[in-house]
Write a protein that binds this ligand. Structure first.
Ligand SMILES: O=C(O)CCC(=O)C(=O)O
Ligand SMILES: [Fe+2]
Length: 183
């Protein structure tokens, strides 16, 4: 996880520059990547994949998610016109997903991606996401650099730990979690 920090910081640098944020200082670091978590997901062979949800449709509550997947496949992202697009495993590649926290902080300019995982009838699957999150004690909202330009905020200020609690209080429900922060 430590080794991933360099690439995460470079990604955030590029993403922030488009939002008029010149540098990731200590405060921004805490807001954008103040807590990181790594998960190890194991999806055993499923005897009835057509009757099984896998991982239900959701967006991550993170700023960014960096996902390593094995060569089995099964991750789908919601594309344009509400179609599900398979994210094929490519050896040596990482999948980078935008999460809700970045949608909120960017005032909707970056959109968190809705995704799901389909159960597999013939192979076990492993995936390893790193969730890059705001520090739980941070209050997140549209960044001041955006609002200073006169942009209307679409989201209110919310304590990040409250946002996460809200996510875990319910079943996966697509992108509805983000409504919690809407004005
Ligand atoms: O297993 C995957 O490819 C994605 C898992 C996922 O969406 C999650 O852990 O939030
Ligand atoms: Fe996810």
């Amino acid at each position: 996880m430590k080794r991933s920090e360099l690439v995460i910081r470079q990604l955030l640098d590029v993403l922030m520059r488009r939002l008029n944020v010149k540098e990731i200082d200590e405060k921004k670091e805490s807001l954008l990547m103040g807590s990181m978590r790594i998960n190890l997901n194991y999806y055993p062979i499923c005897p009835n994949p057509e009757l099984t949800v896998g991982v239900g449709r959701h967006s991550d509550v993170s700023t960014l998610t960096v996902l390593l997947q094995d060569d089995i496949g099964g991750l789908y992202v919601k594309g344009v016109h509400d179609t599900w697009v398979h994210v094929p495993p490519i050896r040596g590649s990482l999948v980078i997903n935008i999460g809700d926290a970045l949608q909120i902080m960017s005032n909707g300019r970056y959109k968190s991606v809705e995704h799901r995982v389909i159960a597999n009838g013939s192979s076990n699957r492993v995936s390893v996401p790193i969730f890059v999150n705001p520090r739980p004690s941070e209050v997140i909202g549209p960044l001041p650099e955006l609002l200073e330009g006169g942009e209307e905020p679409l989201y209110k200020q919310v304590l990040y730990s409250d946002y996460v609690k809200h996510f875990f209080r319910k079943a996966h429900d697509g992108k509805n979690t983000v409504e919690f922060a809407k004005i």
